[in-house]
Design a protein around this ligand. Structure first.
Ligand code: ADP
Length: 495
């Protein structure tokens, strides 16, 4: 049986800021059903007290050196499905905080120490519990040191003699970039701080460690795997990724239809399906109530957004057209949290158009479900989007996605063809507000043709992005990684 340790800094239902958590909480379940012995490891943040009330102590006082200091970690065990262990790495000094990575003011200043600690603790736990993983599947920079550790200070341990690493990029813009002095805290050999190692223009880059030392690299859509090899999307990593293109794969994220399905969604006002579509209207009315928007919007097209409010998501485009958009006979609701400038922007828009616009700044899973169910259209004009999950959820809810043709948005949504009546959404190429407005207007025009709109909704709802196929692809990559020849000592720093 293939043994996989799945290392992630966020996992639903325990802690979440974005799509990474959805993937980390659902892909392991699909891998398990394909016969994998999969175990998940994540930090024990403050909120985990509540989200994992049933847990038992697995290991105590694991010693982790960070620079000259020794920190102690306890590891608790809970589970995802009854048979998928989730290891929670506890060190209150690092993780007993309200947020995962930082506050609205910025990242926590000791993020390097926090995730050096987490990464090493994952490996030490394997040793302590005598778990010899075939694969350690790492996600994003927070776990990016693990591949470097496996190739260096942990390489001669029998525990890891056969271990291969797979690293998944969920968003290449987040890189774990720190001052070079931080390097000595990692405990890696000094010669790992060079251009073929962790050094990036005089700084230490943890993402780069992952890209240099993992055996296989994946990202979350085929299109994004191509985009990140270009300077426009690679955020400085395009050269490395091009040099590793034979080891780079794009596998689309699946979604958890047990959680995101209008036929069984526990958060929405009425259940509906393709054969009982009219009940979606109840969800719309409930959503309008939720936002205290007037009843006259019940018969108007309602557009929705659920998002981290970050530059990546294309809100500058939306801001530019908001006045024009609001001159149309529509409603608009938004749920999001992130950068202060977007909080201010959307709150101002909300005040300007109180009869048409509902704004909720914050994180609210229940409301996210209500928006998916209650809206007619879902907006994702992202500048870049590695995979994107909300457009896929939207499909299932018959909430027609309007997206920019980038990354996973391009791979999952096909543009509506007005002549043939085919497609699963509305898509624009060029990153411009004019294109966005034009595309929204195309959608609004079709909305008026009730029959055509309904057919489009049904076509959306018929799409299937469940995990099975993607999990199979990961299994194939795991097998590929296992077959890779172990490189000779020192070879990888010369890569
Ligand atoms: P990203 O990972 O870049 O944030 P994704 O579309 O991949 O974007 O995933 C976002 C996930 O986070 C979705 O499950 C979405 O519903 C959820 N989400 C984002 N913002 C909020 C919010 N303010 N409240 C509730 N859920 C949110």
């Amino acid at each position: 049986m293939l043994k996989v340790l799945f290392a992630s800094s966020e996992v639903v239902p325990f802690a979440k800021t974005g799509g990474l958590a959805d993937v980390s909480g659902t892909l392991p379940v699909a891998l398990k059903s394909l016969g994998c012995d999969v175990r998940v490891i994540m930090p024990f943040y403050k909120m985990v007290e509540k989200t994992a009330p049933e847990r038992k102590l697995l290991a105590e006082r694991i010693e982790i050196p960070i620079g000259r200091k020794i920190y102690l970690g306890d590891v608790w065990e809970t589970n995802l499905e009854p048979s998928i262990p989730v290891y929670l790495v506890q060190c209150d000094e690092f993780f007993d905080r309200g947020q995962l990575y930082g506050t609205a003011k910025g990242d926590y200043r000791d993020n390097a120490e926090r995730f050096i600690f987490f990464s090493r603790c994952a490996l030490e736990l394997c040793i302590k519990t005598e778990f010899a993983p075939d694969i350690i599947h790492c996600h994003d920079w927070q776990t990016g040191l693990i591949p470097a550790y496996i190739k260096s200070i942990y390489r001669d341990l029998p525990q890891f003699a056969k271990t291969r690493t797979v690293f998944t990029i969920h968003n290449i813009a987040y890189q774990g970039l720190f001052e070079k002095e931080v390097f000595q805290l990692t405990g890696l050999p000094a010669d790992y701080f060079n251009v073929n190692g962790l050094e990036y223009w005089g700084k230490m880059c943890i993402l780069k460690a992952a890209l240099m030392f993992s055996d296989i690299i994946t990202t979350v859509s085929k299109k994004y795997s191509e985009e990140i090899q270009t300077s426009e999307f690679g955020y400085g990593m395009e050269g490395i990724l091009m040099s590793r293109k034979d080891d780079l794969y794009g596998i689309l994220n699946g979604v958890d239809y047990a959680e995101w399905n209008p036929e069984a969604d526990k958060y929405i006002a009425a259940h509906y399906s393709s054969s009982a579509l009219t009940r979606k209207q109840k969800c719309k009315e409930d959503l309008l109530n939720e936002y205290k928007l007037p009843a006259k919007l019940r018969t108007k097209p309602l557009l929705g957004v659920i998002s981290r409010l970050a530059d990546q998501k294309g809100f500058d485009l939306l801001a530019q057209i908001m006045d024009k958009l609001m001159s149309l006979d529509i409603g608009f609701v938004l749920l999001g949290t992130g950068e202060q400038k977007y909080h201010d922007l959307f709150e101002t828009i909300g005040r300007k158009f109180p009869d048409k616009v509902g704004i909720r700044i914050g994180y609210d899973n229940t409301l996210a479900h209500k928006i998916e169910a209650g809206c007619d259209m879902f907006l994702m004009p992202s500048r870049y989007e590695p995979c994107g999950l909300n457009q896929i959820y939207s499909l299932k809810y018959g909430t027609v996605p309007i997206v920019r043709a980038t990354g996973g948005l391009d791979d999952t949504i096909s543009d509506y063809d007005e002549r043939k009546g085919t497609g699963t959404g509305f898509k624009f190429e060029k990153y411009s507000s004019k294109e966005l407005l034009h595309t929204i207007k195309r959608a609004l025009a079709l909305y008026e043709k009730k029959k055509d709109w309904q057919k489009l909704m049904l076509d959306c709802m018929a799409c299937d992005f469940s995990w099975e196929q993607s999990a199979q692809q990961y299994m194939e990559l795991y097998r590929k990684a296992i077959k890779k020849v172990i490189r000779q000592k020192g070879e990888e720093v010369k890569r």
